[in-house]
Write a protein that binds this ligand. Structure first.
Ligand SMILES: NC(=O)c1ccc[n+]([C@@H]2O[C@H](COP(=O)([O-])OP(=O)(O)OC[C@H]3O[C@@H](n4cnc5c(N)ncnc54)[C@H](O)[C@@H]3O)[C@@H](O)[C@H]2O)c1
Length: 370
């Protein structure tokens, strides 16, 4: 591995483990696949084709078994699970965009809710000890536009179809945990869910997301048009929630029953800023760019203010985010600058970000690295 010590991460628990990763062709999935590859895991990916072109997954050339199927092909999904007998599953595959969910609500509900159920069903009939981390979102909460963060015990909700579909997934997960995977009874399946905020970082080209929009405008020497300047989100570098997912997965693999639950993984308050502040910070790392505010009064509803309370992860798991806002933005914007300048090999560039992140975590004495 390029300059990174890995045996000191997550108790080396992923070395040689069979990991089923759904959504490996997506933005977060590709980063997680790269990290798991470095940790020595045997990765089985299950997803549709990459959602964008270009895309990080293709650029990284990760060593894994690559299945391209829909979560709704339940017999295929079941046969993949049975064939590979995973030790742990990270479930990321989903239709993840609020805007798209307004034009494709049926696909969103089917992929996100029924797709999650199909995965849990495949694991239920596996007859083998398996841990599962299901990735939902901070948008699962009934949004009251509160100035304080949502906690795991707060009511689920969801105005738009995306948020509602992920809240449905949480209800399905909770039902499966209580009905079939009760940690107090059989303990064969350890099931947890993880709720994270808006992630940024190199390698995202999704539509309707502010960082990809921003980079596209800058790279084309165009003015960025900001449509929701006052929307406040918990921005975090993609590696932050991934460290939470991997740490939670480690705890499940170690049989820690109290971890079979829902967990928020969000940034510190410093990273909870509005879109305008995010853009102005990004411009400090890509000087010469400019923006214009054109509020879209006809835009479909999206939450204005959304914060997560991560006290539970901090106090029970001892997990915490390690990058400050400046580091988060610097890593993100610099990655795209390098990509656009064609000056470096993107796999090495992305591994360098992983290296910076793990070193920062070590310096800050994060519990998952020694
Ligand atoms: N990116 C964010 O800011 C963010 C924030 C909170 C939660 N999340 C969640 O994290 C996960 C990954 O998000 P992302 O940003 O990497 O999304 P992405 O669009 O980049 O990737 C989605 C992945 O899911 C796969 N997929 C979609 N529908 C599928 C289906 N029906 N069957 C099989 N595979 C399917 C795609 O092929 C792709 O691999 C999602 O569950 C998303 O809801 C993302």
């Amino acid at each position: 591995m390029e300059n990174m010590e890995i045996s000191n991460q997550f108790n080396n628990i992923y070395a040689g483990k069979k990991v089923l990763l759904t959504g490996h062709t997506g933005f977060k999935g590709a980063w997680l696949a790269l990290w798991l590859e470095q940790l020595g895991a045997e990765i089985i990916g299950y997803a549709l084709d990459p959602p964008t072109s270009p895309n990080l997954f293709t650029l990284l050339n990760i060593k894994l078994t690559d299945y391209r199927h829909n979560l709704l092909e339940k017999e295929t999904l079941k046969s993949v699970v049975e064939k590979h007998q995973p030790d742990i599953v990270f479930h990321l595959a989903a239709q993840p965009l609020v805007r798209t969910s307004y034009t494709e609500p049926e696909d969103t509900f089917l992929s996100n809710a029924i797709g999650t159920m199909n995965l849990l069903e495949a694991c239920r009939t596996l007859n083998k000890k398996v841990s599962i981390v299901c990735i939902t979102t901070d948008k699962v909460y009934h949004n009251n536009e509160w100035v304080y963060g949502y906690r795991e015990v707060d009511a689920l909700g969801g105005y738009d179809p995306y948020s509602a579909s992920k809240a449905c997934a949480e209800i399905i997960i909770n039902s499966y945990r209580k009905s079939f995977f009760n940690p107090e009874k059989d303990g064969v399946v350890q099931l947890a869910s993880a709720r994270a905020g808006n992630v940024i970082g190199g390698g995202d080209w999704a539509a309707y997301r502010i960082v990809p929009d921003f980079i596209q405008a800058l790279a084309g020497n165009q003015k960025l048009i900001i449509r929701s300047p006052r929307s406040v989100r918990p921005w975090q570098h993609v590696l932050e929630p991934l460290s939470g997912y991997l740490y939670l997965g480690m705890k499940l693999l170690q049989g820690e029953k109290q971890c079979c639950d829902a967990w928020n993984f969000g940034p510190d308050d410093e990273n909870i800023v509005d879109v305008k502040t995010l853009v102005e910070k990004a411009l400090t790392f890509w000087p010469g760019g400019s923006y214009e505010i054109q509020e879209d009064k006809n835009a479909p509803h999206e939450a204005g203010l959304l914060k997560l309370d991560c006290s539970k992860a901090k106090h029970v798991l001892k997990w915490f985010p390690v990058l400050d806002f400046t580091q988060t933005m610097a890593l993100t914007v610099d990655w795209y600058r390098d990509y656009n300048s064609n000056s470096s090999d993107i796999r090495s560039r992305t591994l360098a970000d992983l290296n910076v992140y793990t070193n920062t975590a070590k310096n800050r004495q994060a519990n998952w690295i020694s």
